[in-house]
Design a protein around this ligand. Structure first.
Ligand SMILES: Nc1ncnc2c1ncn2[C@@H]1O[C@H](COP(=O)(O)OP(=O)(O)OP(=O)(O)O)[C@@H](O)[C@H]1O
Ligand SMILES: [Mg+2]
Length: 401
């Protein structure tokens, strides 16, 4: 250490680049942030275009509420958000974003352009506006029918040292695909298209939870999985748990969500593992996709830079609830015998313990032709007060006695 060190304030750009290190560690983390913004903006169709694993280009186009012309520059500033106003809001936050730093972080390490057209009657007479973060000046008129297009080019162009940590395009693309999968699983009511170097890799039309799970996790997973939907007081857990026959050598088929947010949560992971304990060999990993719904006031989502962890106010109660729900669904004897290996053909018979399993009678199949797509992780359920018992797709449900 030198004899005298002088304390000095860092320049703004360097502050942003340091902060960006926490939020942006590869193209997939940029993509996750842009997708979360599109979902928070009430989009129903999201298109993703990537080039060179997302390093050269990530373009996310949505049909959401859009951003007003005068707020485009603000959206790119740190600590600028439309999602919370107070500490109270933060403690009950129902949106995926809330810190107001994702776009600023991305813009600190890549070239970012925003193009947007605000939803609404007055705005419909207006055209869209485009703003390039680098120029930061006045927005220019642009052509866009609806929603927002966020374009990120040349990730780490100004921080070459970080660029060296990127892996091959194929590896980065695989991480991007996984980021889309995690988000799309929780939002079947939203259509997603993912293309890479002009080739369409994934096309997910709007659907119900079961169809989306089949598209992303595979029909073979669903054929070996049991469906659960259990509610106790303010807690609800729904989703699929694969039977031991579908166990894996790696933990790569484990999807856990809290209020629609994908999390890697030790507590939930432990609860599920315990539930499988007597059924699985120690070297095997269970496959599952579980959506926990909880009053937003019962969790702290502001504990991880990338928001992939949460803290539960009553961790013990959550652990016990998830453990018992999964254990019970795995242990219950199967009374509905598959008519064929096609999960969609499983006969659904009302089981006598619907009430105790917290399986609401309202969980009927969606009306034919209905545009309301039932989901496990319904966004509306955690924006504001918690609503449970939203209808979910039933044709994949197994009935348990
Ligand atoms: N696709 C979009 N559609 C509409 N508004 C958007 C979109 N993307 C960003 N915004 C607006 O820009 C603001 C800043 O976005 P940014 O992602 O930086 O912060 P945030 O989502 O509020 O919080 P976080 O940093 O936790 O993601 C948002 O609060 C939102 O108002
Ligand atoms: Mg955001």
């Amino acid at each position: 250490m030198p004899e005298s060190v002088r304390i000095h304030l860092l320049p703004d750009l360097l502050i942003s680049q340091i902060a960006a290190g926490e939020v942006v560690d590869r193209p997939a983390s940029v993509l996750k942030e842009l997708l979360e913004n599109a979902l928070d903006a009430d989009s129903s169709t999201i298109q993703i275009q990537l080039e060179e694993g997302g390093v050269k280009l990530i373009r996310v186009s949505d049909d959401g509420i859009g951003i007003a012309r005068d707020e485009l520059a603000l959206a790119l500033l740190r600590h600028a958000t439309s999602k919370i106003n107070s500490l109270d809001d933060l403690e009950r936050v129902g949106t995926l974003g809330f810190r107001g730093e994702a776009l600023a972080s991305v813009a600190a390490v890549a070239r970012v352009t925003l193009t947007s057209r605000q939803r609404g009657e007055q705005a419909s007479k207006q055209h869209a506006w485009r703003l390039a973060a680098a120029t930061g000046a006045t927005p220019e008129p642009a052509a866009l029918l609806a929603g927002t297009v966020v374009e990120m080019r040349d990730l780490y162009y100004n921080t070459p040292a970080r660029r060296k940590f990127l892996k091959s395009d194929n590896t980065e693309f695989a991480h991007c695909t996984e980021a889309v999968k995690r988000i799309a699983l929780a939002h079947p009511e939203v259509a997603f298209t993912l293309s890479h170097n002009t080739r369409v890799n994934l096309h997910l039309p709007r659907s119900d939870a079961r169809t989306r799970a089949g598209s992303l996790l595979g029909e073979d997973f669903l054929a070996e999985a049991r469906c659960l939907d259990v509610q106790a007081g303010p807690l609800r857990v729904a989703g699929y748990c694969a039977l031991p026959a579908y166990s894996r050598a790696r933990s790569d088929a484990q999807y856990c969500y809290v209020n629609g947010r994908f999390v890697r949560d030790k507590l939930l992971g432990h609860a599920v593992r315990e539930a499988y304990q007597d059924l699985l060999h120690g070297s095997r990993y269970p496959a599952y996709c579980l959506f926990l719904e909880i009053d937003p006031a019962g969790i702290d989502v502001n504990v991880h830079p990338q928001k992939t962890e949460v803290r539960f106010r009553d961790a013990r109660a959550v652990h016990q609830f998830v453990f018992h729900a999964v254990q019970r669904v795995l242990a219950a004897p199967l009374t509905a015998v598959p008519a064929s290996s096609d999960v969609g053909n499983l006969q659904l018979r009302p089981a006598s313990d619907h009430q105790t399993a917290g399986w609401p009678e309202s969980q009927a199949s969606p009306e034919a032709g209905s545009t309301e797509y039932p989901t496990f992780g319904n966004r509306a359920a955690y924006q504001g007060s918690l609503r449970v018992g939203e209808p979910t797709a039933s044709n994949a449900y197994l009935a348990f006695a």
